[in-house]
Design a protein. Structure first.
Ligand code: BGC
Length: 893
């Protein structure tokens, strides 16, 4: 118990948790904790806290104590205590002080570290004995336990992807493990509690391996063996039994290995399972493995093994597929474009083959549209070994699809689409009076789920699925609003820094396949350090700071950010501007030639130098927060001078384009004195184009902000609500359930864009670029939460500690319900225009947060909060507010 005299029994600590989001296998870095509070007394604030760390759950052996700390922070707080050791279990608790006194201690939380040092590893990487070997070897090891296990952990990973089984039960509920990272420097080690899977007597640990990202065909040029020529398993099973005796079962050359029923398994192409080659019971003790070979040890640097820090890929949803029989196939019609696979229940006969092909959309004649897949075969096939009913699921692959077709003589009884994603908890909800806008929101949710598969991918279906840095930075803010993405991005940013080139350049994709094998790039293109792509190095961490108050990520990435900003500076070689070179530009500008998406209207040099200025700007802010003042000044100076020069020499030409105006306004390239003029120019261009989208990947996320922050809400809404071709809502009418890569992916006449691309001869067999699941344009959601929903985070009090409540009703939208589950709790605003024309809203703020009210007023408005008159601009704290504005401002479109 806390030994402070006055008690605050009205305040409760809720959801006390660590940054890890899991209890075991965590890394050895400082444990950061956060908590939510609730109080029955209004007006209370946290004025202090105390955190204790202990090696026992009763807190008898305290190993760290912050004692009383003053302050209102409730998240990202480092815990006291010595550095954690491998396998250590530690408990934490917090007590909070309000003006009324101390709360009781929170419930304790526990973390257990994984294996942190090379010296902890006794297991070896093992595989089969051929060079490129079996597509998917299986491995097993039988062992005897003479006493019941009290505690057992398995630490495992693979070169490739793998599943582990103990006595026939799969360990964990995730897929595609260990996921994709900068493998040579960081290969994720996973920890599972397997105590309940073991028993006295004979036990078997078994594993299946596949190429995955390690060895499989992957990347721009469909190259193979990006990381290595051999796949291998690493497993270290540590058991303590009831007599406290320790046993370790290591993967080593005493394991047995065999070929398996999986005859092909490729992320792009799908898998082929020949059940006739299956070896029933191979995961169980009774199985006779005397004909199997011994496994072979493989070399891999054990210092690369690092505990997993973000969620693995899990099943997130299931959808029934409608089965439509045709004479030559069965069409499986889906309702949602997903990443995942088809689970089939069939009644068949031995020897029958079942082939499942996947596609995102159907051609007008009902055939699957597979051109968009390029060279990804996205085909799963099964050969049955017995008669009767059975359920078929592919392995070690995933497809981006909504529909599928099945060719078989077997009878299909049921088809289910299984959706997977790197599980990140939902954070944002927004519903408005406009159904199409709601579907757009839903589509962005799905594009995020579908493209957060281990890494943030550009798209989940074609022979690409790479961590394109440009798409990632464009979508970061939106992703941070919709889901609790902090661990996901932190993890990816570690790889971004690891894969940074020696000169500080960031690659176009992370993990960077081209850094490993530069010869596999598109000939003649050096794609490192490209504007708006490499800047993910600064933009993504800053977004985590804004949406999660994550100071730690700024500290962790500071060196990477500096290296990138310095690389840009060095690239100038003392000149004013960056040298002219190939840029992706405002990629996919819809007015660019269809086959040359980089030839955007806005001049590439303007884009390049503006993103450089923006990176310097962000870094100057980060230096002030976690770096040093001298550096802050240096980057601030670079930024100010560059902005001036850009505006002087490139500003006018750029501001003839909507992208140029948007970038110039949002990055502060436009001098203050000219903002009004440039914003008006942008608004005029948008009006001239009747709200039609004329920007690409870099400027589309900015344009609505550039309009509305400069007073042009009408034009912002005009763009948002446009339904004709080249708008967000156009795709809704065409049945989209995810965000498309091109606005006209399905043309007005219903035909599908051919997506041709101009590429270097020989670089791609059938160049095309026409994905139906690219999240970049979904970045508009960030604008919607801030301006339609009316809740925005503030950089000055990040992590939604202070929110700006600024809903802007329009003639098109008369209600919105917006909720964001922040680290402090649920922040919600539910507003509508009442029958009498008043703006009415219910605002709920969690303990520890404040809101700055910027309500939609006119000169004639009066504002009331809980019946009392208030002024606009008022700051309110924890509580529930019934707000009313008479004669509100309604934006007309
Ligand atoms: C990807 C994009 C990416 C672009 C850059 C495309 O193939 O799908 O999303 O940003 O290449 O070149």
């Amino acid at each position: 118990m806390n030994n402070f005299s006055e008690n605050d029994s009205s305040t409760q600590i809720l959801e006390f948790k660590t940054q890890h989001g899991k209890l075991i296998g965590v890394d050895g870095g400082p444990v950061e904790v956060s908590w939510k509070l609730r109080s029955s007394v209004s007006g209370l604030e946290q004025i202090g806290y105390r955190i204790q760390a202990s090696s026992d759950p009763e807190f008898k052996r305290i190993v760290g104590d912050t004692f009383e700390q003053s302050g209102s922070s409730q998240f990202g707080i480092s815990c006291p205590g010595p550095e954690l050791k491998s396998r250590e279990v530690r408990f934490f608790r917090v007590a909070v002080r309000t003006q009324n006194g101390w709360t009781t201690w929170s419930n304790p939380i526990q973390v257990e570290t994984g294996l942190l040092h090379q010296s902890d590893f006794s297991a070896k990487f093992i595989g089969d004995n051929s060079i490129t070997g079996e597509p998917s070897p299986i491995l097993r090891k039988q062992f005897l336990l003479s006493h019941a296990p009290k505690n057992a952990r398995i630490y495992s990973t693979a070169l490739g992807i793998y599943d582990i089984y103990i006595n026939g039960t799969k360990v964990g509920d995730s897929f595609l493990n260990p996921g994709w990272t900068a493998y040579h420097e960081r290969l994720l080690l996973e920890t599972h509690d397997v105590t309940n899977l073991l028993r006295v007597g004979q036990n078997v640990i078994a594993a299946e391996l596949s190429d995955g990202w390690w060895r499989g065909r992957f990347g721009f040029m469909n190259q193979i063996e990006n990381y290595g020529t051999e796949i291998a398993l690493f497993a270290q099973l540590e058991i303590t039994d009831e007599c406290d005796l320790a046993t370790t079962i290591n993967s080593d050359s005493t394991w047995k290995v065999s070929a398996a029923e999986i005859r092909q398994s490729s992320i792009y192409d799908g898998c082929l399972i020949d059940q006739n080659l299956s070896q029933p019971g191979w995961q169980l003790p009774e199985f006779d493995d005397s004909t199997w070979s011994y496994a072979v040890e493989k070399h891999h640097d054990l210092s690369a093994l690092k505990p997993r820090t973000a969620e693995p890929v899990r099943e997130v949803a299931r959808f029934d597929l409608e089965i439509e029989k045709h004479h030559d196939r069965s069409l499986l019609r889906g309702s949602q474009n997903i990443s995942g696979w088809v689970e089939l229940t069939v009644r068949g006969k031995k020897g029958q083959k079942i082939t499942v092909r996947h596609a995102e959309v159907l051609e007008q004649d009902g055939q699957l549209h597979t051109r968009a897949l390029r060279e990804a075969k996205a085909t799963d096939a099964y050969i049955l070994a017995k008669d009767g009913l059975q359920t078929l699921t592919p392995k070690f692959t995933f497809h981006g699809f909504q529909h599928a077709d099945v060719v078989t003589d077997a009878e299909i009884l049921k088809a289910t689409a299984v959706a997977i994603s790197s599980e990140t908890a939902r954070r944002g909800w927004l519903e408005t009076s406009d159904k199409k806008l709601n579907r757009l929101h839903e589509n962005v949710i799905w594009s995020q789920l579908d493209n957060f598969v281990s890494i943030p991918t550009d798209c989940p279906q074609r022979d690409e699925r790479l961590g394109w840095t440009g798409d990632a930075q464009a979508f970061a803010a939106t992703s941070n609003t919709l889901f609790d993405t902090q661990r996901f991005w932190r993890s990816w940013l570690i790889d971004l820094a690891l894969d940074q080139h020696p000169n500080g350049d960031v690659g176009p994709v992370v993990p960077d396949l081209l850094r490993l094998k530069p010869e596999n790039g598109v000939p003649g293109w050096n794609m490192n350090g490209r504007a708006g792509w490499a800047d993910a190095a600064t933009i993504v961490p800053m977004s985590l700071y804004e949406y999660f108050g994550d100071i730690k990520v700024l500290q962790n990435q500071l060196d990477s950010m500096r290296r990138w900003a310095d690389a840009l500076d060095a690239r100038r070689k003392g000149e004013k501007f960056l040298p002219t070179e190939f840029q992706f530009g405002d990629w996919c500008d819809p007015d660019a030639p269809g086959d040359k998406p980089w030839e955007s209207k806005v001049p590439a040099d303007f884009v390049a130098n503006s993103f450089f200025a923006h990176t310097a700007d962000l870094l100057a802010q980060v230096e002030l927060l976690v770096g040093d003042a001298a550096n802050a000044k240096r980057y601030r100076d670079i930024c100010s001078q560059l902005k001036q020069d850009i505006w002087l020499e490139m500003g006018e030409a750029a501001s003839n384009t909507t992208a140029g105006c948007s970038i110039a306004l949002e990055f502060g390239i436009v001098p203050d004195a000219e903002r009004v003029r440039v914003a008006k120019k942008l608004a005029d261009l948008v009006r001239r184009d009747k709200g039609m989208i004329t920007t690409g990947f870099l400027a589309t996320p900015l344009i609505l902000h550039a309009l509305s922050k400069n007073g042009h809400f009408s034009e912002a809404y005009m763009m948002l609500m446009r339904q004709e071709f080249r708008s967000w809502l156009y795709a809704i009418d065409k049945g989209a359930t995810t965000i498309w890569e091109r606005w006209d992916a399905i043309r007005e006449d219903g035909s599908i864009h051919t997506g041709e691309m101009a590429t270097e001869p020989g670089s791609m067999d059938e160049p095309s670029m026409i994905s139906f699941n690219h999240y970049a344009y979904g970045a508009v959601i960030d604008w919607m939460y801030r301006n339609v929903g009316g809740i925005a985070p503030q950089l000055t009090a990040p992590g939604f500690t202070e929110v700006l409540i600024a809903p802007r009703p329009s003639s098109a939208i008369h209600f919105a319900k917006c909720r964001i589950e922040t680290q402090l709790g649920m922040t919600s605003l539910d507003w509508s225009i009442g029958k009498n024309g008043d703006f009415e809203a219910l605002l709920e703020l969690p303990f520890g947060s404040r809101a700055n009210l910027s309500l939609p007023i006119t000169d004639q408005s009066e504002i009331f909060s809980n019946g009392e008159p208030i002024g606009n601009g008022q700051v309110v704290s924890y509580g529930t507010y019934n707000l009313r504005v008479t004669n509100p401002q309604i934006i007309s479109i």
